[in-house]
Design a protein around this ligand. Structure first.
Ligand SMILES: NC(=O)C1=CN([C@@H]2O[C@H](COP(=O)(O)OP(=O)(O)OC[C@H]3O[C@@H](n4cnc5c(N)ncnc54)[C@H](O)[C@@H]3O)[C@@H](O)[C@H]2O)C=CC1
Ligand SMILES: NCC(=O)COP(=O)(O)O
Length: 332
């Protein structure tokens, strides 16, 4: 079977957000970016509300591969009510969740080569009873992987970042940032950089939590009590790790040249530099899964939906990264 006999599966995300249109515009850009065949799971009406191109309703991933050159293939799931770009509702959230579940199943069954997830609004999902923090944990759970072993990485051409703690209140970070967590996430990251990115000896940099990485304990002790022991353990295991580094000086160009991924203490420490550098091409990838899963690095941007102004670059990059990682696994 050749690489392109099976498509990548793309869950639409919230039908009232920008997901449908950026996915459709990624199809427009398929030749320019040499994208492999992909199939959307979601409500075709959401695509029609925001894009004028050809859509092919398909019944299987195999049909999608045949349709892909001339139309955007869609495995249709219909939301209950009307779809209005920019006006999310519970029916749309339920459809987004159903689409995600079906897409994960296709990737797990190997009917699809990899999974790309469109943006969902977490608040909309919570309102219909979704109990996971986000899609990362939902996908991990469906894959039988414990939440703590699924690692979020955000990546652009010049930076990869891993937030060690993710969707938690900032006040909880010092308690949640443990030596065990850092060691576990560093191991998963190093393994994924080898397997999915072909980096034989990955170099990891671990950020401090406090200003100036704690200033020898004067500005906080987490670097001494928590992060340094993790670095020592990882070095003992033979990993190439440096840290704790002062977070304010580890993201300029010369510093970035010294590592393959930066492990950061909390969400915004990681995502602020990534989005400042790569907002229009940033990809969110879940490491440590039996399937490849990527996503554009942005959310639903409801205020932009249906206006044709949303940037499709992150979705194009997410599909391209999923293709590269799936190819690495298929050929590795
Ligand atoms: N992967 C996912 O499913 C993610 C979902 N979210 C969800 O999205 C919802 C909205 O979150 P926000 O913090 O407002 O983030 P957002 O990424 O939706 O929007 C932030 C800002 O960036 C702009 N923007 C976002 N994507 C863009 C694109 N492709 N082209 C041009 N401009 C773009 C928006 O117009 C807005 O000004 C939340 O409910 C959140 O849970 C947020 C991040 C990731
Ligand atoms: N800030 C990143 C983000 O919200 C990604 O969430 P998800 O992919 O886990 O849903």
């Amino acid at each position: 079977m050749t690489t392109n006999d099976r498509p990548i599966v793309v869950s639409m995300g919230d039908p009232a957000g920008i997901g449908p249109e950026v996915i459709a515009r990624a199809w427009d850009a398929r030749a320019a970016h040499a994208l492999p065949p992909f199939v959307v799971v979601g409500d075709p009406r959401a695509i029609a509300a925001a894009w004028r191109g050809p859509v092919a309703r398909v019944a299987s991933p195999a049909e999608a591969v045949a349709a892909f050159p001339s139309a955007l293939p869609v495995l249709a799931i219909e939301a209950g009510g009307a779809i209005v770009p920019g006006a999310p509702d519970a029916d749309g959230a339920r459809m987004a969740l159903d689409a995600l579940g079906l897409a994960v199943g296709l990737a797990r069954s190997a009917a699809a080569r990899a999974l790309v997830t469109g943006p969902v609004a977490k608040a909309q999902l919570y309102a219909i009873g979704f109990t996971q923090p986000g899609q990362t944990e939902f996908v991990a759970d469906r894959c039988g992987i414990a939440r703590e072993n699924a690692v979020m990485m955000l990546a652009g051409p010049g930076l990869r970042v891993v937030p060690l703690t993710v969707h938690v209140p900032l006040a909880d970070v010092p308690r949640l940032l443990t030596t065990e967590l850092i060691v576990a996430r560093a191991r998963v990251t190093a393994r994924a950089l080898r397997r999915d990115f072909g980096i034989a000896a990955p170099r990891l940099a671990i950020a401090g939590l406090n200003p100036h990485a704690g200033e020898n304990g004067a500005l906080g002790r987490e670097e001494i009590d928590v992060i340094a022991p993790a670095v020592a353990q990882l070095l003992d295991e033979g990993l190439d790790v440096v840290g704790p580094l002062a977070a304010d000086t580890m993201f300029h160009a010369r510093a970035r040249a010294g590592y393959d991924a930066a492990l950061c203490a909390y969400h915004d420490q990681a995502l602020v530099p990534l989005k400042a550098l790569h907002f229009d091409e940033g990809v969110n990838m879940t490491l440590g899964l039996p399937i490849v899963r990527t996503s554009p690095d942005h959310g639903t941007a409801f205020a932009l939906a249906g206006r044709g102004e949303a940037e499709a670059g992150p979705t194009i990059a997410a599909i391209a990264m999923a293709h590269a990682a799936a190819t690495a696994r298929e050929t590795g």
